[in-house]
Design a protein around this ligand. Structure first.
Ligand code: SF4
Length: 207
C-alpha cells in the first residue's frame, strides 16, 4: 500500500509528458507488467489536442513499445490519413492499459483500475479538446458506463472541456467489415469538431 501511494505521489509530481513517461515505464501496479516485455506509454504530438484511446497493447505493440503499430494500427493510420490527420502531427495515441494482457484478452476491472491514474495524468498533461474512444473498453472506462460500443458510438459526450466520440476499435473491422461505414461516419464527426474547436482550416482528402 505504501509503495502504491509512493507511485501516485511520483505520478502527480510529473511536470511534463516526458517526465510522466519515465514514471509510467517504471509502473508495476498490476500483474500485467509481469507478463509483457515493456510498458507502452503512447506516442504522437504532445501538443496535439486530438487524443485517440484504445484498449491495450497487442503483440506488435509490446515488441516495439509503440501503440497501434500492428494490423489494426495500420488501418487506424489509413483512417486518420483519410481525415487529414498524421500520427506525429495532429494526434496523440494511447491505451487504457499500458501493458499487454496475455493472449490479447480484454483487461479486467482490477487492471483497468490500477492503470487509470496513469491515463488520467496523461490526459491532465495533454489537455485534449477531443478524445476518440476506440472500442468498448476505452468507451466504457472513460465514460463510466456499461453500455456497449454499438449503443455509444456516433454520439458526442462532453465532460469538462473535453468532447468524446466513441467508435469501434479498428481491429473489429477485420471481423465485421460492415462496421466500416459507421467508423467513417464517426470520424467525419471528429473532423467537423476538429474544425470547430481546434483548426477551422483543417483540410482532408475527402472533404
Ligand atoms: S498495465 Fe498499467 S497499472 Fe499495470 S503495470 Fe502496466 S502501466 Fe502499471
Amino acid at each position: 500500500m505504501i509503495l502504491m501511494d509512493d507511485y501516485l505521489k511520483r505520478l502527480r509530481r510529473a511536470a511534463d509528458l516526458e517526465g510522466l513517461a519515465a514514471i509510467v515505464k517504471s509502473c508495476q501496479r498490476c500483474s500485467l507488467r509481469g507478463g509483457c516485455s515493456q510498458v507502452v506509454f503512447g506516442e504522437g504530438n504532445p501538443d496535439a489536442k486530438l487524443l485517440l484511446c484504445g484498449e491495450g497493447p497487442g503483440a506488435d505493440e509490446d515488441r516495439l513499445g509503440r501503440p497501434f503499430v500492428g494490423r489494426a494500427g495500420q488501418l487506424l493510420d489509413q483512417i486518420l490519413a483519410a481525415c487529414g490527420f498524421q500520427r506525429f502531427e495532429h494526434v496523440f495515441i494511447l491505451n487504457v492499459v499500458k501493458c499487454r494482457p496475455p493472449g490479447n484478452r480484454t483487461p479486467n476491472a482490477e487492471e483497468i483500475r490500477a492503470c487509470l491514474p496513469n491515463l488520467r495524468m496523461q490526459v491532465h498533461l495533454l489537455k485534449p479538446k477531443i478524445m476518440v474512444l476506440l472500442g468498448s473498453c476505452a468507451a466504457q472506462t472513460i465514460l463510466k458506463t456499461e453500455d456497449g460500443i454499438s449503443r455509444l458510438r456516433g454520439r458526442w459526450f462532453q465532460k469538462g472541456n473535453i468532447w468524446f466520440m466513441p467508435t469501434y476499435h479498428p481491429a473489429a473491422l477485420f471481423h465485421r467489415p460492415q462496421l466500416k461505414k459507421d467508423v467513417w461516419d464517426d470520424f467525419q464527426q471528429v473532423v467537423a469538431k476538429y474544425r470547430e474547436l481546434i483548426d477551422s482550416e483543417h483540410t482532408f482528402p475527402h472533404g
